[in-house]
Ligand binder design. Structure first.
Ligand code: ZN
Length: 504
């Protein structure tokens, strides 16, 4: 015989999903008004980007950003602190000189890929070779050609000149063929294939160094000289790797294809830390009034690359999360569940801060209502990608209903990668990354032009409203959202394979 209240609980469990996810939209109006009419997001973003500056993981500016954001959360009445995690070795960018010395002499602009070595204080000069190092097989075919050379590891990225005539069907066909060929290299998304590709990226510079290469070059891959950046303590390279503009990369490529051998000279000085360091996530909280043990998480990464000042990636998202906290606190509304605000560190180096956070709190995974991450630039939120949770489509339509008039209305079936929501999805937590208006994100992403003048204030105010409203509604839902699949965290290689020079 089931006891009466147990019966109710069973019934509740048996109650249809829409009953558990009946969205209470009250309070939305007040949150929207506070976010749109009294926004503080641009003031905070200006301080973060123009005063604290670029926030490379492991650098003092990142620590300053952690401390400053914690203080801001506290100034809005929330509890806030820093949660440490093991990051890996730190890396410091040093001076870099680069010249093309043949067939003509001219300085070239370049930036070291992060967590890569320098030239040991000496200039290295040599020919440039174009090879295909996309797989272990192709590496085997080209290895003997890299001795004493600077290496272009693949053909350039097809970038159409935006100011020229439009691409002809033949041009589009050629570009599509190159893009399709590249996509086949990462088509296999099985855990084993992903692991092998990551391991190969770690091994490659050690193999090239052993074969006598001087260094490698990266195509900036954007228009008008804009560059990109990446690198990680999980992929430390003993070989210089320098990103140059698409214009210079294609110059070298064309010369080689016309059998004119270009020569480069470069001197690079970077510092690699000798021991592992900690980094921090800034964590703030607004305790729930009825279900304080259940949590809605709003997140964005606070770290950035250092060619610009990390505005669209991801100072904007971080300040939207901070602003959502201010708006909720200022509204006086009391969410039933706790709302937690996390500004992650180490995202650009491979979601290191969010992976560490999710792992450290894995025991509470089943009481996390949802994780909402923003990390697609300065544009307004246009909707949500369901991340494989088709069962939550109606829920998301209901959650976005109060902000649809602000332009956040679309709900689409899509799996989004490359940011911190992934770290939580491994534990079955409903985790999402909002869709945003691109606002030229392709240009600013990891580039020199990722600066405060690119920030769009009205869009960020709208995004703050959307995050505050959806978080508040999720905090007040009658029940917890159903859990997703729990594949468990991925294995992340961080050293060369055995048998590879430098491998242990
Ligand atoms: Zn980002």
């Amino acid at each position: 015989m089931i006891k009466p209240h147990a019966l109710l609980a069973a019934l509740a469990l048996a109650a249809p999903l829409h009953a558990q996810t009946a969205v209470d939209t009250s309070g939305s109006g007040a949150l929207i008004t506070e976010a749109v009419e009294r926004s503080e997001v641009m003031g905070n973003l200006r301080h973060l980007s123009d005063v604290i500056g670029p926030r490379l993981s492991g650098a003092p500016a990142m620590r300053r950003a952690n401390q400053w954001t914690a203080e801001r959360f506290r100034s809005y009445g929330l509890t806030a602190g820093l949660e440490a995690f093991d990051f890996g070795v730190a890396w410091e960018r040093g001076p870099l000189e680069l010249r093309i010395v043949q067939p003509f002499d001219r300085a070239m602009t370049g930036h070291s890929w992060a967590w890569t070595a320098g030239t040991g204080g000496k200039a290295r000069e040599g020919p440039v070779v174009l090879v295909d190092l996309s797989t272990r097989d192709s590496l085997g075919r080209y290895l003997e050609r890299v001795r004493g050379a600077w290496v272009l590891p693949k053909l350039s990225t097809p970038i159409w000149n935006p100011d020229g005539p439009p691409a002809t069907p033949q041009d589009s066909g050629r570009i599509a063929a190159i893009t399709a060929a590249r996509a086949t290299l990462t088509a296999d998304t099985s855990a084993a294939a992903v692991l092998e590709r990551r391991q190969f990226q770690i091994d490659l510079p050690f193999i090239l160094q052993e074969a006598g290469a001087l260094g490698t070059l990266v195509d900036g891959g954007k228009e008008h000289g804009l560059m990109t950046m990446s690198g990680s303590p999980n992929r430390v390279s003993p070989l210089p790797n320098i990103v140059i503009s698409h214009e210079d990369y294609t110059l070298l490529e064309r010369l080689i294809q016309r059998r004119v051998v270009p020569r480069l000279a470069s001197k690079v000085e970077n510092k690699l830390g000798g021991s592992r360091v900690r980094q921090w996530n800034t964590v703030a909280e607004m305790k729930g009034s009825e279900l304080p043990g259940q949590v809605v998480i709003l997140g964005a990464h606070l770290d950035s690359w250092d060619l610009g000042t990390g505005v669209t990636d991801n100072g904007a998202g971080s300040m939207v999360v901070l602003e959502a906290a201010r708006v909720l606190a200022r509204s006086g509304l009391k969410p039933k569940r706790t709302i937690r605000f996390i500004l992650f560190g180490g995202e650009e180096q491979g979601l290191i801060g969010s992976r560490a956070y999710a792992a450290a709190h894995a025991g509470q995974a089943d009481s996390v209502q949802a994780v909402l991450v923003i990390d697609n630039g300065t544009g307004r939120i246009v909707g949500q990608a369901l991340q494989g949770r088709a069962d939550l489509e109606d829920t998301w339509r209901a959650l976005l209903a109060p902000v649809a008039h602000l332009g956040a209305a679309t709900v689409r079936a899509a799996m989004k990668s490359g940011t911190d929501h992934l770290s939580f999805a491994f534990y079955g937590i409903p985790a999402f990354n909002f869709d945003q208006d691109p606002r030229g994100y392709f240009h600013t992403h990891h580039s020199e032009s990722d600066t405060f003048d690119k920030a769009v204030g009205d869009d960020l105010a709208q995004a703050s409203a959307v995050m505050a409203v959806t978080a508040y509604q999720l905090a007040n839902l009658p029940g917890l959202l159903p859990r997703g699949l729990k594949p468990g965290p991925e294995r992340i290689p961080n050293r060369p394979s055995q048998g590879v020079a430098g491998g242990k």
